[in-house]
Design a protein around this ligand. Sequence first.
Ligand SMILES: Nc1ncnc2c1ncn2[C@@H]1O[C@H](COP(=O)(O)OP(=O)(O)OP(=O)(O)O)[C@@H](O)[C@H]1O
Ligand SMILES: [Mg+2]
Length: 312
Amino acid sequence: MSTSKPPLVICLGNVVADHVFRVEEVPQPPAKAQAKGYRLNVGGMAANAAIAVTRLGGRAAFWGRVGDDPNAGLLMDGLKDEGIDLTGMKQVTGARSPVSAVLVDRYGERAIMGYRGDGLGTDPSWLPLEMLDEAKAVLCDPRWPEGAHVLLEEAEKRDIPTVLDGERSETRLLLDLVPRVRYAIFSVSGLTNYGSGARAPEALRKAVSEGVTRMAAVTRGEKSTLWIMRGEEKIRETPVFRVEARDTTGAGDVFHGAFALAMAEGMEMEAAIRFSSAAGALRARDGATAHRKELEAFLQENAAIPRENAGT
Ligand SMILES: Nc1ncnc2c1ncn2[C@@H]1O[C@H](COP(=O)(O)OP(=O)(O)OP(=O)(O)O)[C@@H](O)[C@H]1O
Ligand SMILES: [Mg+2]
């Protein structure tokens, strides 16, 4: 048995109680309808990424805030059950946790009503920064910029790889966060926000021209991932895996968690993107986050994806 512990990845940002109702169709008001099914999911970008890290064989810590409402307990239990370290998770007295109602119809189409929470505060001074002594990678989403600033600055000082989930946000927030991370990985809408509508190649080139950013990428669902390294002009393209997608919710979050773990493990860039794409594809296929063994088997089965399969 190896004596070395799995690498620790700190994921800072959002956690949301997703109350998911399966319905025939999303009703138009005024209406009262029966749901065919119900489940509570731990959602939120950084929280989903932390779950991906532990399932894929790393150790994860989630840093963020919840309220002291019933959803908070459900969220903390959900993360604890996955084996995630909650030293950096704060229950804020009198605050309310982020929550969403998700209605999924018979075609898998969804209507989401999200609530960002209330009274969670922005002060990051209580974060357990000493945990960085052990961390091998750090991931932030854009939902708690004050926390991200502190964590990213400390990580950079210690030469720890940093990853941003560049998800849909205000342009000014992304302009502020991107130069602070080594690896900025956007969703399509996040990159549009960051580049104020510029085309993807132009926006990616801008991202790697500033701050400490060494690589910028955009994930595009079932289309290939585009990425660029600092100092290079060429936009690279990595194909995605072909799966029959059942539920793509959280595929991006899982991609980011897998990527942060890959950086923590010292994986080389092309391999890291493949690894993360496989994690995203399995999530889209199964509607659940895969474990490492399953992912390794999937990668082996799909070892030879021809370059020409790269969708455009
Ligand atoms: N239908 C799919 N088939 C194969 N792979 C997929 C599919 N959807 C997602 N993936 C994988 O997951 C990655 C991330 O997905 P996507 O670009 O949709 O993230 P996103 O827009 O951030 O979505 P979200 O944040 O809601 O999860 C993709 O780059 C791809 O590798
Ligand atoms: Mg996303």
